[in-house]
Design a protein around this ligand. Structure first.
Ligand code: SAM
Ligand code: SF4
Ligand code: F3S
Length: 447
């Protein structure tokens, strides 16, 4: 009889992708993924280390699990992801209920780990960096995703070392996956029914893979992907402003399937703060990249990440961030109060006071929210193309996304529309979502 595995995911899209791959690997060991935590044989917490209290959350979740299984057979408990990488041995010592900590570079070892733990509950710590092995070995396990929209990790790790960020320490240095494997995975996903692929990487636009004959960049991959007939939309995330090269910008002009939307984290609008963050780009360079992208694709829109209250941020620095946000008119954004992360260079700097940080976050979020609402309101009455992803739970409505990723709820779509791009007349909106009705039949994006 097959066993049951429950996987809880925190953090970024790469963790989401990794969780799906963990499920694919476990399937080979006869585990079926379940959403019901009550009767499981294996529990996986795929963790994120970007926020404060991430580690505490892990112990909290495991504490709850422990209570649930007090009178039952204990499941195998694995902690994976960036907290596992950062805390490793410490976690095994502090919480004996954990059987193994497995870093993001060691998922290919999961079949062995599961076999070992089945016979013997000796603790396992696999947190060495070996991205090459991981990519090579994971390639042999087919990505079984068949959702309308799916991810492919093409690059992992980061060499940028922003002073506030843990990612270079938890994901290692930049490593790109082979072009052949990526295209094979894309073909496989498309044959599973996937219509939209988002290429993932911590610095996806730093993708760089060399064969004996040529150097392959992200723009080359996008050109190759556009030839997959049944693939309708291509996206990539997350990009670093410094790696927005001309060939990539040019792709936005030439490849119709590449969606006119880009998440381009800026963090701050102040040159002084950008320098102190070690972001490797100035405000002017960022804005110049935005202008080039708009020139290449006039309908393109942007989203971003911001950090407010970074050490040394003055009112003037903060105002520079506000003015940049207004200038670019981001349609959607994430903003965070600076959070000192253990082991990062910025964690040694003197922090500014909490009240100022909170006040600035509210001001920035109000501004960003205002832009988002204004942009959504502008769409009322307009016809937008939406890729329909699924029927909504317990509803007759269908869920889709327009070109800039804004969700749209469609009241009169049907099962045949799933996986198709349909025209939706927008009738209403709120901050995050559009509401509309289907008009016409399918309108295919030009190949
Ligand atoms: N690689 C991307 C980039 O170049 O910005 C994003 C990586 S990170 C996973 C996602 C976001 O978390 C960052 O863009 C940043 O805004 C935020 N973040 C990272 N470290 C942070 C910290 N110490 N405090 C607050 N926010 C942080
Ligand atoms: Fe972190 Fe900076 Fe690398 Fe992004 S570019 S992952 S923010 S170090
Ligand atoms: Fe979090 Fe690691 Fe992603 S720290 S944001 S899960 S790379």
């Amino acid at each position: 009889m097959s066993k049951k595995i429950f996987i809880k995911t925190f953090g970024c899209q790469m963790n989401e992708y990794d969780s799906n791959r963990i499920a694919d690997i476990a399937k080979k060991k006869d585990y079926v993924r379940t959403e019901d935590i009550k009767n499981i044989d294996c529990y996986v917490l795929n963790t994120c280390h970007i926020r404060e209290k991430a580690t505490e959350k892990v112990y909290h979740d495991i504490g709850r699990l422990k209570k649930n299984y007090k009178n039952k057979k204990k499941p195998i408990v694995l902690v994976t992801g960036c907290v596992a990488q950062a805390e490793n041995e410490e976690m095994l010592k502090r919480e004996p209920y954990i059987d193994a900590v497995v870093g993001p570079q060691a998922y290919h070892e999961l079949p062995k780990i599961l076999s070992k733990l089945k016979n013997n509950r000796k603790k396992i710590n696999l947190t060495d960096f070996d991205v090459i092995q991981k990519f090579d070995k994971l390639n042999t396990i087919k990505n079984s995703d068949s959702n309308v929209s799916s991810f492919i990790t093409i690059q992992e790790g980061c060499d940028k070392f922003c002073n506030f960020c843990v990612v270079p320490y938890t994901r290692g240095t930049e490593h790109s996956r082979s072009e052949k494997e990526i295209i094979n995975e894309a073909k496989n996903l498309v044959s599973n029914g996937v219509k939209e692929i988002t290429l993932l990487g911590q610095n996806v636009n730093a993708y760089n893979y060399s064969t004996s004959k040529r150097k392959i960049k992200l723009s080359d991959l996008i050109f190759e992907l556009q030839d997959l007939k049944d693939l309708k939309r291509i996206r990539y995330t997350t990009s670093h402003p410094k790696d927005m090269t001309n060939d990539l910008i040019d792709c936005h002009k030439k490849v119709k399937k590449l969606m006119p939307f880009l998440h381009l984290p800026v963090q701050s609008g102040s040159n002084k703060i950008l320098k102190n963050m070690n972001r490797k780009h100035t405000r002017e360079e960022y804005l110049s990249t935005i202008r080039s992208l708009v020139k290449a694709r006039p309908d393109i829109t942007f989203s971003s990440d911001f950090i407010v209250g970074y050490p040394g941020e003055t009112e003037k620095d903060f105002n520079d961030t506000l003015s940049l946000a207004k200038e670019v008119n981001f349609v959607n954004s994430f903003s965070f109060i600076y959070n000192p992360r253990p082991g990062t260079p910025a964690s040694h700097l003197k922090e500014i006071d909490k009240e100022t940080q909170k006040r600035r976050l509210i001001i920035l979020q109000n501004l960003l929210e205002g832009i988002q609402i204004k942009e959504n309101k502008k769409k009322v009455g307009k016809l937008k193309e939406a890729l329909i992803e699924n029927k909504m739970k317990n509803q007759t409505n269908y869920f889709g996304r327009i070109d800039n990723l804004t969700p749209v709820v469609v009241s009169n779509a049907n099962e045949k529309d799933v996986g198709k791009i349909i025209n939706v007349r927008i009738e209403n909106y709120n901050r995050n979502t559009l509401f509309g009705v289907k008009e016409n039949v399918e309108s295919e994006v030009a190949a």
